[in-house]
Design a protein around this ligand. Structure first.
Ligand code: GLN
Length: 545
C-alpha cells in the first residue's frame, strides 16, 4: 500500500481531483502528461473528465492566430478551444464540452454578467471570493455532470506567472474542501559541457508553489536523458515529495508511449492508494501497446505533402499530424510530412511539380484569407492530374472545387468570394446564414453536424454508413448553383447536410484517391479509432508507394 493523503476535506464522497501545474518553463508537455494519466486511469477502470485552464483574457481560442497559439480545436458542441483539448479527446476517446476549457476571459465574463444583473445584491464583487467561488463551483459541477471518478485539471502557464494566480488560489481553496492531488511538472536541465543534471529550477519552482499554499503530492520530471537516482533524492529532500512520488519523464520519441511509461512506474496505483480508491477491473493498455508497437515497427515510410501558410508553426496543424499518425499505425507504415509553403509556389519561387516530387500524397488543410491559395490550387491540380492521393479539408474542399471548376468545367477564374469578391464564377460563396454576421468570436458555422452520405460512393464505402457526424468551422460553402455543372464532369458530391443544400464531401470516382470534406475529420480522429478519411488516405498513399 502506498501512502494515503490526509485530505482536509470531504473524503467519503466520490469526487476526486488531480491538478497538474507546470514550473520552470512552458512547453513541458503538461497536456500530454495529463492526457496520458487520464488514459492510464481509464485503463484501470476509472471514469475521468479533463479541464484545461487557459489564463488568457480571450473568452475562447476562436479568435486567436494559429501561428501565435497553435491550432484552434473545435468540439462537438461548437466551442472553439485550446488545442490541448484535442489531445484529451484523442487520448481519452471522449467528446468534451465547452465546460472543459476555462479561460480568464470566460470566467470574468460570467461573473461580470451576473454583476450587471444585480445578482450580488449590492456587494463589492471581488476576485476572492467571487471569481474563486465560481471556479470551485465549476470544477465540482463538471465532475458531477460527468459522473467522473477523477477530474483532471491542467493549469496552463507556469507557476510564478501573474496570470494563473487566481486559478491556483481557487484550486488551493478547493483542496480545503475536496480530495485534491497536486502534480507539479518541472524540468531537470542538463548542463551540456559537464553533462550534469540540475535540481535548482525544480527546487525554486516548488518553493513558488508552496508560497501560494500548495504542496505538491507528485512531481513529474522532464529530462532529456535518464534521471540519476541522486537527483531524485535531492529533489525529494528539498521539496518534501517522497522519492517514490517523483515520476520520471525522460524525453520520448513518441508521445503515445507516455501512458505506458507512467504505468511502468505504478503511477495509477499510487494515485488510487492516495485517494483510497479500491482496485477496479479495466481493459488495461493492451490495445494501446499494440498501437505504439505498430508505430515503432513500421518499415514502410510514406511522405505526405502538407500545403499551407502556417507551415512555420507546425502546432497549427497538430490534429492533422496526429490523425495521420494514428491512421498510419493501423496501416502499418510511418508517415513523414513534407511542409510546402504555398506562397512560394504562388510567387513563382518554386513550381508545384518540383515541390511535390517524391511525395506519396497531398493534403490541403483548412485556412482563411487569400495568401497562398493560388499555390494550393496548383498543388491540387497536380494531385488530380498525376493521380496522387489527395485529401482536402475545409478550405482544401473549397479550393478543390474551384480548381475543378476552372480546369475541368471551363469556368475560368472560378474562385471563392473570400479570395476574389469579383470572380465571374463564385463557386464558393458565403453561407446564407453568415450574410449578416459581423462579430468574429464564435460566429462561424461551428461544431458537430450530420453528414448524409450518398449510397454507392467511396465515402459510403469508407464510412460504412449513410449518416455520420463530423465537425465544422467555416463561413463559406460550395455554391449549389454550380453543382450540376461540376457533377456533369465526373465529380461527385458524396456527402451533404440534412437539407441537401450544403455540400460536405466531394470525390473523383476515377482517381485513385481524391476526396475532400467541408468538415474537419481531424477533430474526430481518435488514437485507436482513426477517422476513415485519414485511414483511407494513408492506405492510398501506402499503395502508391
Ligand atoms: N475560410 C473558409 C471558410 O470560412 C474555410 C475555413 C476553414 O478551412 N476552416 O469557409
Amino acid at each position: 500500500m502506498h501512502r494515503k493523503k490526509p485530505f482536509r476535506g470531504r473524503t467519503e464522497g466520490k469526487r476526486k481531483f488531480i491538478v497538474v501545474t507546470g514550473g520552470v518553463i512552458s512547453g513541458l508537455g503538461k497536456g500530454i502528461f495529463t492526457a496520458s494519466l487520464g488514459r492510464l486511469l481509464q485503463s484501470k477502470g476509472m471514469t475521468v473528465v479533463p479541464i484545461k485552464i487557459d489564463p488568457y483574457l480571450n473568452v475562447d481560442a476562436g479568435t486567436m492566430n494559429p501561428i501565435e497559439h497553435g491550432e484552434v480545436f473545435v468540439l462537438d458542441d461548437g466551442s472553439e478551444v485550446d488545442m490541448d483539448l484535442g489531445n484529451y479527446e484523442r487520448f481519452l476517446d471522449m467528446n468534451l464540452t465547452c465546460d472543459s476549457n476555462i479561460t480568464t476571459g470566460k470566467i470574468y465574463k460570467k461573473v461580470i454578467e451576473r454583476e450587471r444583473c444585480g445578482d450580488y445584491l449590492g456587494k463589492t464583487v471581488q476576485l476572492i471570493p467571487h471569481i474563486t467561488d465560481d471556479l470551485k463551483d465549476w470544477f465540482m459541477k463538471v465532475a458531477d455532470d460527468n459522473d467522473a471518478d477523477v477530474e483532471l485539471i491542467e493549469v496552463g502557464g507556469t507557476v510564478g506567472d501573474i496570470e494563473n494566480l487566481i486559478f491556483l488560489e481557487a484550486l488551493r481553496q478547493l483542496s480545503m474542501v475536496e480530495d485534491v492531488i497536486f502534480v507539479h511538472c518541472t524540468l531537470v536541465p542538463v548542463v551540456k559541457v559537464v553533462g550534469e543534471q540540475k535540481t535548482k529550477p525544480t527546487q525554486q519552482s516548488v518553493q513558488k508553489l508552496r508560497g501560494i499554499g500548495v504542496q505538491p503530492d507528485f512531481i513529474f520530471l522532464r529530462c532529456e536523458v535518464p534521471i540519476e537516482q541522486k537527483i531524485i533524492s535531492k529533489i525529494a529532500l528539498f521539496t518534501g515529495v517522497p522519492e517514490d512520488d517523483i515520476i520520471r519523464g525522460q524525453d520520448l520519441k513518441n508521445i503515445y508511449e507516455l501512458p505506458v511509461v507512467l504505468e511502468n512506474q505504478d503511477v495509477h496505483k499510487k494515485v488510487m492508494d492516495m485517494f483510497e480508491i479500491k482496485k477496479r477491473s479495466g481493459n488495461g493498455l493492451k490495445d494501446w501497446k499494440v498501437m505504439t508497437d505498430n508505430m515503432k515497427n513500421a518499415r514502410k515510410k510514406v511522405t505526405v505533402a502538407m500545403t499551407g501558410k502556417y507551415t512555420a508553426l507546425h502546432d497549427s496543424y497538430v490534429s492533422i499530424e496526429q490523425s495521420l499518425k494514428h491512421a498510419s499505425a493501423l496501416v502499418g507504415c510511418d508517415v513523414g510530412i513534407k511542409w510546402i509553403e504555398t506562397t512560394d509556389i504562388e510567387k513563382g519561387k518554386t513550381k508545384a511539380k518540383d515541390a511535390l516530387k517524391d511525395v506519396d500524397g497531398i493534403l490541403v488543410p483548412g485556412g482563411f484569407g487569400s495568401r497562398g491559395t493560388e499555390g494550393k490550387i496548383e498543388c491540387i491540380k497536380h494531385a488530380r492530374e498525376q493521380g496522387i492521393p489527395f485529401l482536402g479539408l475545409c478550405y482544401g474542399f473549397q479550393l478543390a472545387s474551384a480548381e475543378f471548376a476552372r480546369h475541368e468545367c471551363g469556368l475560368k477564374k472560378a474562385n471563392s468570394t473570400e479570395i476574389d469578391e469579383n470572380t465571374p464564377y463564385p463557386v464558393i460563396d458565403l453561407l446564407p446564414s453568415q450574410k449578416n454576421v459581423y462579430k468574429k468570436g464564435g460566429t462561424m458555422r461551428l461544431g458537430g453536424q450530420d453528414v448524409i452520405i450518398k449510397k454507392g460512393t467511396k465515402a459510403h464505402k469508407l464510412y460504412g454508413s449513410l449518416k455520420v457526424r463530423e465537425r465544422f468551422r467555416h463561413r463559406y460553402e460550395f455554391n449549389p448553383e454550380y453543382r450540376e455543372k461540376l457533377e456533369k464532369s465526373d465529380l461527385v458530391f458524396s456527402g451533404h447536410d440534412k437539407s441537401g443544400d450544403i455540400m460536405q464531401i466531394l470525390e473523383l470516382p476515377k482517381h485513385p484517391f481524391f476526396m475532400a470534406s467541408q468538415f474537419h475529420p481531424e477533430f474526430t480522429s481518435r488514437v485507436l479509432k482513426p477517422n476513415p478519411l485519414f485511414l483511407e488516405f494513408v492506405k492510398a498513399c501506402a499503395r502508391k508507394k
